[in-house]
Design a binder for this molecule. Structure first.
Ligand SMILES: *Cc1c(COP(=O)(O)O)cnc(C)c1O
Length: 417
């Protein structure tokens, strides 16, 4: 078919096919095997993990892939992080250090356990916590740090562990965006470096069951508390109907687990394909003034493809830069969040239970409050510098050419003369 397309390849960006998206089958790697696995569970009539073996099998298989002793499957990534915080067992009013750029699921469990989120600033290019920023907000009431491997980049988690472990502070890794990431200098995957690693199976993540969470640890006591918290504190192995500790119902269903097991078998290929196209994009974009590209792509998981603008060199902020990419047919968003987490109303207003609890609970060692200026680097990323290009394993060389062409065009139009 002859199309009256412009001869200029950049003009043709406008009427090209939409990019594959993780919002539907175009950008997901889901096939007959997942359909069969779900159908088998339905035929068995065993849809709950207490009567089936899908969730327990998934746990065994995920622990093996990660090289960790224990894994626990939960209903969502947020639930998994909540179980991790509960297992670490902060007292009401204890502090948990978190970054200002992440999904709200990073902090929801901290708040739910009556602990106080304390925000440490992030590296201005990766958006990840650093040992220096964590130490700068550490107090005698700090009980844990949640380290987020943002966009799939490896945070310096080994250095954070080395900095806080002597102070008795637990490290929870939020790897919801970071399957098979190897943090720089680390001898293993993100999620295995701290005390507990948390993953998500939500629709947009590398592998999905719609929703779901996976939590790993090498510590038997933590693993036991995670399991109990996600199952109403019910010690099933005893055969007793009793409740030995406070817990909720965060169990993964057998339907989710059956899908997740098939997805897990696809994980290595999915991450490899995302890396391959991301490396091609980096090669095609290297050398543009005022643009920082992802570092260490060989160990990055590329949940999204982040670009950081130097606002002394690029005239427009990240939101307008993203809008210009979208106008050229390339999906993009500016800043990732509307506001950093410490300024989102649910945190900023300090009324998680309708009152000031736990902010005022004795013996609070300081009055933690939230405001603009707490995390300048995080605030700058969200407001000015971070451009996110959604990524998935279904991108091919034509999509990468379009990404390169569009970013180069927007760069040329916005770089300072
Ligand atoms: C997705 C995500 C979560 C929450 O996971 P859900 O499965 O959506 O509850 C937490 N942290 C990060 C960094 C995420 O990307």
């Amino acid at each position: 078919m002859v199309r009256s397309a412009s001869q200029d390849p950049l003009e043709r960006l406008h009427d090209a096919e939409p990019f594959p998206t993780t919002n539907d089958s175009t950008g997901r790697t889901l096939g007959e095997a997942e359909i069969e696995a779900v159908a088998d569970v339905i035929r068995s009539g065993r849809l709950n993990r207490t009567v089936g073996d899908q969730a327990s099998s998934l746990e065994r298989e995920f622990a093996a892939v990660m090289g960790s002793r224990f894994a626990h499957a939960s209903s969502s990534g947020t639930a998994g992080i909540h179980t991790a915080v509960a297992a670490v067992a902060p007292q009401p009013g204890d502090e948990v250090i978190v970054p200002p750029i992440s999904d709200y699921g990073t902090v929801a469990g901290v708040v739910a356990q009556g602990a106080i989120p304390v925000f440490a600033d992030v590296d201005p290019l990766t958006g990840c916590l650093t040992p220096e920023t964590v130490l700068s907000v550490l107090s005698e009431r700090t009980r844990a740090v949640v380290v987020v491997h943002l966009m799939g980049a490896g945070a310096p988690v080994d250095a954070i562990v080395a900095a806080v472990r002597p102070r008795g502070v637990a490290v929870i890794e939020d790897c919801a965006q970071a399957y098979l990431t190897v943090p720089s200098g680390a001898a293993g995957y993100a999620g295995t470096r701290g005390d507990i690693g948390c993953f998500s199976l939500q629709q947009s993540k590398h592998i999905t069951a719609g929703d779901g969470g996976l939590t790993i640890t090498d510590d038997a006591a933590l693993a036991g508390r995670i399991r109990l918290f996600a199952d109403k504190g019910w010690p099933r192995e005893t055969g007793e109907r009793t409740h030995v500790s406070y817990g909720l119902n965060y169990r993964m269903t057998e339907l989710q687990a059956a899908i997740a097991r098939v997805q897990l078998g696809r994980l290595t290929g999915i991450v490899r394909d995302r890396r391959r196209t991301a490396e091609a994009a980096i090669e095609g974009l290297t050398g543009l003034a005022g643009i920082t590209l992802p570092q260490n792509p060989e160990s990055h998981a590329f949940w999204q493809f982040p670009i950081v603008l130097d606002r002394d060199v690029i005239r427009t902020g990240c939101r307008e830069f993203a809008e210009r990419l979208v106008a050229l047919g390339v999906p993009a968003s500016g800043g990732y969040l509307t506001t950093p987490l410490h300024l989102t109303p649910a945190i900023r207003d300090r009324r998680p239970f309708g009152t000031l609890f736990p902010y005022t609970v004795p013996p609070a060692s300081r009055d933690v409050s939230y405001g603009l200026g707490d995390c300048p680097n995080g605030e700058h990323l969200v407001a000015e510098s971070l451009v996110c290009i959604p990524w998935n394993e279904r991108y091919d060389s034509s999509h990468i050419s379009r990404v390169i062409g569009a970013v180069r065009r927007v760069h040329a139009d916005t770089v300072q003369a």
